[in-house]
Structures are given as structure tokens and as C-alpha cells.
Design a protein around this ligand. Sequence first.
Ligand SMILES: NC(=O)c1ccc[n+]([C@@H]2O[C@H](COP(=O)([O-])OP(=O)(O)OC[C@H]3O[C@@H](n4cnc5c(N)ncnc54)[C@H](O)[C@@H]3O)[C@@H](O)[C@H]2O)c1
Length: 443
Amino acid sequence: MKITVIGSGYVGTTTALVLANLGHEVIGYDVDTAKVGKLNQGILPFSEPGLDELLQELLSSQRIVFTSDSSSAIKQSEILMISVGTPSTSSGNADLTYLEQVLEVIAAHINAPKIVVTKSTVPIGTNRWMQEQLAAKIDTDQYPVEVISNPEFLREGEALHDSLHPSRTVIGGENSLAIEKVRQLYTLLPTTYFICNYETAEMIKYASNGFLATKISFINEIARLADQMGADIQGVAAGMGMDPRISPHHLYAGIGYGGSCFPKDVDELLHLAREKGLSLHLLKQAKRVNDSQIGWFVQKIESLLPLKGKRVLVLGVTFKEDTDDQRESPGIRLIEQLLDKGVEEIRVIDPTITSLEQIHWSKGFDERGKLKVQVVSEVDAAVTGVHAVLLTTTWKQFAAYPWQEWAGKTESAYLFDGRNFLDPLEMRQYGWHYVGIARGKAT
Ligand SMILES: NC(=O)c1ccc[n+]([C@@H]2O[C@H](COP(=O)([O-])OP(=O)(O)OC[C@H]3O[C@@H](n4cnc5c(N)ncnc54)[C@H](O)[C@@H]3O)[C@@H](O)[C@H]2O)c1
């Protein structure tokens, strides 16, 4: 089938490459000409394991092309798959500006019947609204348009794997022929289809992310108690996760969730409920726990090492490992809280960052704070004279750092592991005063 994927970000590029690899004729369309230029040269504009190779392979066999020409992007394909961003506004609702722009472009260039597939995460009611908008803008007797909701569930860092092995494929719509066409897009993938109406499809996406965010906040709150009681939260989570009704996934205590999805999707659910005069009590508390988790961690650090005037090394700036995505990154929020506590010097290591300008501070970040932060590229010298090392993400290379050698180079060998990533016993053997998230009495 001929497909144009609109929006070449994390989701759009991954989807376009996977669909092309399945044998479809794919155009990737994005308004960002620099991004399009890079993609056509085989350069991925973001970091995602395994995608570079696939991009180069598909380009060299001419099975995919990227363009900023909206007219040809819309005209050439029967299926238009939307994967533009839907970020949060300051009041918590999803900003649909990019989506509205896409509808305008479709209406301006439509030249044949089309199926518009929404991959972007959009508020409940949006696909029906899109169908109405397109019907109002287009002569649908001449060019029928069917909107289909097909939410995306991939995880950054695992995007290719998740797209090739979807946990499920949710297709929401009202027209059975269009639903069947979208189902056929994926017939070569090992997946299970869930066919439903627009609203159900949209809500599956939000409720899934809301549930996963709640699961993380649940284990983080239990970790706060475990920490007081001497229980090892890793063991608690492992033991809980053996129950198939619970499952071990997303049951890792740490410094909280971040990224481009969980925070904004939780906000959107809360916003939607407010609009309907409801209060989602559980989700509100899940958000509250997450918002206070870094503060809890910083308090824990301060109870052992007052931070004012100290030098620290922070490992990890992105919101998680194996991605360059810094949206809503707990690591960045941690750095900002350290500055608030009067830390004198913050050295930062992240595999995706080589300069301070690459760090996307939050809106309230004090410019003077930046003077105290430096990006370190020389791993060996990174800890010389620091009072503590703080780990915020689980990049594999962090585990391979010369921890034994490092311990002797610090001013005081405190190691605060915000992801329970390193082995406490091993680190203590090396001379670190290791503190994880609720690692219990024995560990
Ligand atoms: N990133 C994830 O892990 C993930 C997972 C599941 C679902 N989603 C959802 O998928 C959507 C996309 O997320 P993302 O992380 O890929 O976003 P992104 O910001 O990485 O990419 C969005 C792309 O859309 C382009 N764009 C904006 N306006 C456009 C327009 N009018 N026409 C064409 N292109 C336009 C931007 O230039 C950008 O390249 C969001 O709704 C998100 O919630 C994301």
C-alpha cells in the first residue's frame, strides 16, 4: 500500500521505516526541512537503537523517501498516517495545533479517497472531531475520507523492537472497509488486533499510560515505606511481580517517571475528567507521588550529605537509557533541585550529550545555575574531588565505569543510585558509601 507518514519524530520515523520494511511504499513527510534533509542522507535526527541501519538499508534500496513537500506527500498516498506531536499546554490539556495544521494540509491537497490514520496520542473525542472537520473542509462526495484511530504503544529506546513485536494493534473506527485496510497494513507482524470505536481506542492509550504511571508511583511510594522498615524494594518488587496478576513490568522503584508520554498523558486524563466534573483521585495521587519523588530522594541524600557547597557528578540527563529524549527528564529536574540546595559544582555525563547547550532546562531554570554545571567527556577524571555521584538513568555504559578506581579519587565516596542499577555489595567492596532507593538492611 502507499502510505505517507506525517511527522518524522520518534514515532513517525520508526513507523515509516517498519512499514517500508514490511513492503509498503512509504513517504515520510515533515515540515522540518533540516530533519527531512538528514533523514534522506541516512542520518537519524534522534537516537534510537537499530533504526540507523534500517534507515540506510531502506534508503539504499529506494524503499522509503522523506519530503517536506506537502502537496506530493498528500497526493501520492492512499493512507495518511498522522504522528505529529501532541504536547501538553500549561493547563494540562493536549495541544492539537500540529494536528490542526495537518488537517488543513490534507484538505488543501486531497485528490482522491483517503484513509487518515491517527497514530498520535489524541484526547478522547479527537478522531470523531477530525472526521467532522475533514467532512466540513473537503467535498467528501468526490473524495471520501475515513479517519481511523490507531494509537501507538512503542517505548523509546525499544522503538524498533516494539514496532516489530506489538503487544496489540488497536484500531478504532466506524467504517469496516477502512478498518480492514488498516489491519492489512500490519498483516506480516505478529500481533493481535483489537477493533473498537474511536473513543475506546483513544481511551485505551491514555488509560494504559495512566495505569503504568500509577504502577510506578505505587512502587515508589511503597519504597518510601520500605526504606523506613528495612525491606529491600528490589526484592519486594521481584516477589510481587511473580504473581501474574501483578507482573514484574513497570515495578521498578526509582526517582520517578518522565519522558514525552506518561506526564502529558496523565495530565490530559486529569484535564478531561475535570472538564466532565469528575476527579480521578488515584491518578491525581500518582502524579503527586511522582512530582515529589525527586524531592524525597534529595532529602534522603541531604540526610547523609548536606549538599550546600558540594561538588557532585550526575550520571544521566535523558529521561531514560538508550534515547536522547530529554522531555520531562527526572535527571534534569534532579540537577535543578541540587542547584536549589546550593550545590557548588555539578558535573554531568550522558552518552548523548557533549555540551551544556544540548541540555533542555525547564522553563524556570535560573541562568546563573548553568555556570555551576559542566558536561564532562573525560570519564577517568570525572570524579576527582567530588563529594558524591548520583545516577539517574540506566545506560549500560554506566555499569562499566571504573567504579573501583573512581572510589579512591573522590573527596567523599557517596554513591546515590536513583535507579537501583548498580550492585550495592560490589560498590561497597570498592569503598563506596552506596545508597539506593530502599535497598533494605542486608543490602
Ligand atoms: N515518543 C514516544 O515514545 C511515543 C510513544 C507512543 C505515542 N507517542 C505519541 O506519538 C506522537 C508523536 O510523538 P513523537 O515523540 O514522535 O513526537 P516528536 O516531537 O518526536 O515528532 C513529531 C514530528 O512532527 C513534526 N510535525 C509537527 N507539525 C507537523 C506538521 N504540521 N506536518 C508534518 N510534520 C509535523 C515535527 O517536526 C516532528 O518531527 C505524540 O502524540 C505522542 O504522544 C509517542
